[in-house]
Design a binder for this molecule. Sequence first.
Ligand SMILES: [Zn+2]
Length: 212
Amino acid sequence: MKCPHCNIEVNENFSNNFIGNDKDGRYNLLWMNCPNVKCEKFIIKLQKRDNLNKVIEEYLVRPITASRPPVPVEVDKNFSDDYNEACLVVNFSPKASAALSRRCLQNILREKAGVKKGDLANEIQEVIDDGKLPTYLIESIDAIRNIGNFAAHPNKSKITGEIVPVEIGEAEWLLDVIESLFDFYFVQPKILQEKRNELNKKLADLGKPKMK
Ligand SMILES: [Zn+2]
């Protein structure tokens, strides 16, 4: 498993203590320290089991975190804050999560895709018509309006941060799309830039002109 603090692959080595029963089930507490010397933080889980001792629910108690990988370091804070909070609450309140995600998505479309400020449905249309994004991203963004049933919930488009009912899978879909956009707008350009710098260094060593 990956340590939920440092995201490094570690061997599971949980101590396991039976706490007791209540009318809903049996409870066990599991804990271990992350073996990564730079981390060493406690990872603590609470398990609920049935009468046959089969695990039926499991909660991460420390860290309280989203079941998603951390935001890449390349992503600016003004985008990652909303996304992180949206991840954190998605299991407890998909409505709140989706509202944060819509706001985050709108920010990305305005700041990175350069769409004109309008309502979210039109901004999505603009980025689709623009044709600058790869097909997989265009299809994913387009699906937001359908999955979210924007036609029936106009405020999802007009007031993106408003808490309104969500459809099944909508909050998760928004997080998936934002994750892909982070990769496209922040991570991939950085990788490309680093490769270009490396190549230019080699070219310079060979006394050849730089790549443009
Ligand atoms: Zn760790």
